[in-house]
Write a protein that binds this ligand. Sequence first.
Ligand SMILES: [Mg+2]
Length: 123
Amino acid sequence: MSKTILVVDDSASMRQMVGFTLKSAGFDVIEAADGEEAVKKLNGGATPHLVITDLNMPNMDGIALIKAIRGMAKHKFTPILMLTTESAAEKKKEGQIAGATGWIVKPFHPEQMLATIKKVLPG
Ligand SMILES: [Mg+2]
């Protein structure tokens, strides 16, 4: 059975690029445009095996989303990768403290992203 990945980014083109890469690799993809929509989908029963989230988003940013996910009994241990620019060291640290599993550097490279996913996705 293929694994499902929740992709959260306020940039539609970013969601499209990441989504395309994931689908090409055989994953099912759920998309959300910000943290609020992601939380809504998770509370609505979405059960992704992995979450990939942007950090800078309106309504609810990535850090707040990571904290919210870690507060959900069902998703306490779901791997979370943040999408961040190489220069955003502070944000990276903040994300890790909030409970992120790792990160993917923007602009992202498909092979690199899939290699990182392989590392954090069991099975
Ligand atoms: Mg953004």
